[in-house]
Design a protein around this ligand. Structure first.
Ligand code: TEU
Ligand code: CA
Length: 576
């Protein structure tokens, strides 16, 4: 790994050149701690459990682990509702466990990125308890309050509220508080400089302990128009444009960078909900001093309905569209900033079920194909726990199996309104967040080796065929392929930094592109189809060595690449 600075110093007049950096070369492994490994038999994953699995994590070849929130929390939203930013929630363990985990990672050369959730906290946080107690409490302005004597506040929509209302009436002080997420997640008022100082202080608390960076939850939401004007007619459900990306957003991010981030060698990734290619560089242009990277949401939107992201859309699944999204985002960061790439996380269903094909004949091949994609983009790849095995959607059909408040609250609302519950349940079976939260499948034993008791959420019954123990023994497993793919990325700087060029844009079955750096060229060819597909070696090149192939058969046929269903290859190219 290079340990270079974030950017080269360009000579005056020349455009800034993006430099090399450890966080650009890193492969990140995301762990949802509740679901990784239970160490004390209460059915919930915990920090000691992760500690026990560090050698496994190291064996993957990843450089960084991102942990979803482990702070003190009543767990209305599984830790995204924090009641003490400087304490560990008892279910996860103690601060000593945390220190041991961080030390264990650092000993193995693995960095740790924490989740920073500061658009909102829990209603059980001391700040909110104080704030709601009286109108003249010193913490009153830590949150957004609308006094009831002004009448009902202008409509604001909430992600998780059972009534979809982001204003909640609180009788103690006869006022409404704002919560873009659940009622138990009141939004912090960033206009208040004391709030910002609190955030910077808690960030320093963790950075001084040695953590290596932050993933920043819904970061574009921290600034809003606090006059809360009525929504204009053209609002049309455009949440982010009217509720987030407020007037002081970049001022806050620059302040955070100045006060905290610039003083440490750490990595940052914002959750870029609603960030578009037009405003992308405002966040990550090196010269602006804000963030390094963010997660874009366009790939996650593919396959979903534009008017309702809780429903899948079988008509929105054209491969050329998916290719176009990757390609347009690559272009954004061609000269400035840097991208990220992910195909699954704790808010999404499983990668192989969603972008690949989890039917038995294709599951392993398509999971390998998707890893080939993730690890050959010009962006920092994030791999979600279990995806290294090709874990699949569980597809719950009974509402009683769901644990996620998003599914449960929406279900309750639809039920009350007499909405289309069947459509909703069928949709959730495909896209619910709980699909991505089932326990890690370690072995074919009871509860997949995740816990000795009933787990907090059901284990996928396919644990008998998909588990690490079986895949360790099988040299052709998804797990071993994933490790080889990481090694290939690390061996070839072109796969990290090289120029990306889409070829064959309209090909409906194959996604293929070249990556080129310093005279070295690679062709990546990926079949997304049960029909396989064909593509071509670009003009001026001939096939060199196949560096990785997820099937036995070579797809090279002269100047053509003829792929089996879901076949993936990385081929070295030679100039003709
Ligand atoms: O997610 C924010 C966000 O955009 C989600 O609400 C997303 O739209 C939804 O999950 C898609 O199904 C972040 C966290 O990643 C999520 O887990 C939290 O629930 C949310 O913020 C609130 O903190
Ligand atoms: Ca436990």
């Amino acid at each position: 790994m290079f340990l270079a600075s974030n950017c080269n110093n360009p000579s005056p007049g020349s455009p800034p050149q993006p430099g090399k950096a450890w966080w650009k070369e890193a492969v990140v492994y995301q762990i949802y701690p509740r679901s990784f490994q239970d160490s004390n038999g209460d059915g919930v994953g915990d920090l000691q459990g992760i500690l026990q699995r560090l050698d496994y994590i190291k064996s993957l070849g990843v450089d960084v682990v991102w942990l979803n929130p482990i702070y003190q929390s009543p767990n209305d939203d599984n830790g995204y509702d924090i009641s003490d930013y400087r304490a560990i929630m008892p279910e996860m363990g103690t601060m000593e466990d945390f220190d041991a985990l961080l030390a264990g990672m650092h000993q193995r050369g693995i960095k740790l990125v924490m989740d920073l959730v500061v658009n909102h906290c829990s209603d059980e946080h001391e700040w909110f308890k104080q704030s709601r107690s009286s109108r003249d409490n010193p913490y009153r302005d830590y949150f957004h309050w609308w006094p009831a004597e002004k009448g009902a506040p202008p409509k604001r929509w909430s992600f998780f509220d059972e009534e979809e209302n982001a204003w909640r009436f609180d009788s103690t002080t006869n006022a409404y508080y704002l919560h873009y997420f659940s009622r138990k997640q009141p939004d912090l008022n960033w206009e208040n400089p004391k709030v910002r100082q609190e955030v910077y202080d808690l960030m320093k608390f963790w950075l001084d302990k040695g953590v290596d960076g932050f993933r920043m939850d819904v970061i574009p939401f921290i600034s809003k128009d606090t006059a809360f004007p009525p929504l204009p007619a053209e609002y049309n459900g455009n949440f982010v444009a009217y509720y987030a990306k407020g007037p002081r957003l970049h001022e806050y991010l620059q302040e955070m960078n100045r006060e905290v981030l610039s003083r440490y060698d750490v990595m940052t990734v914002g959750e870029g909900a609603g960030v578009s290619i037009e405003d992308a560089l405002l966040y990550v242009d090196e010269n602006r001093g804000e963030l390094q990277t963010f997660f874009q949401f366009d790939i996650a939107g593919w396959g979903r309905r534009a008017d309702n992201f809780l429903l899948p859309d079988p008509h929105n699944r054209r491969l050329p569209d998916l290719k176009a999204i990757f390609t347009k985002w690559d272009k954004v960061f061609e000269n400035k900033g840097w991208g990220t790439v992910y195909l699954g996380n704790h808010d999404q269903s499983r990668m192989v079920s969603r972008y690949g094909n989890d039917a038995p004949p294709y599951r392993e091949t398509s999971a390998k194909m998707l890893h080939t994609l993730l690890l050959t983009q010009r962006a920092t790849p994030y791999i979600y726990y279990g995806d290294e095995l090709g874990m699949t959607n569980i597809r719950f059909t009974d509402i009683a199996d769901y644990r996620d408040l998003q599914t449960i609250n929406t279900y309750n609302r639809l039920k009350q309104e007499g909405g289309n519950l069947q459509e909703f349940m069928e949709g959730q079976a495909e896209v619910s967040r709980d699909n991505g939260r089932t326990p890690m499948q370690w072995n074919a034993g009871t509860n997949a080796g995740f816990t000795s008791v009933t787990p907090w959420i059901k284990v996928n019954p396919n644990l008998t065929i998909i588990n690490t123990e079986a895949q360790e023994k099988d040299p052709n497993s998804v797990l071993h392929y994933f490790r080889r793919m990481i090694q290939l990325r690390k061996a070839e700087p072109a796969l990290v930094y090289g120029k990306y060029e889409l070829i064959d844009a309209e090909n409906p079955e194959v996604y293929s592109y070249t990556r080129s750096l310093d005279g070295k060229d690679f062709l990546v060819a990926l079949s997304f189809s049960t029909e396989g597909g064909r593509t071509i070696i670009p003009d001026g090149f001939k096939a060199g060595e196949i560096r990785i192939n997820n099937l036995e058969k070579s797809p090279v046929q002269g100047g053509a690449i003829v792929l089996e269903p879901y076949q993936a290859v990385v081929l070295e190219l030679h100039k003709q």
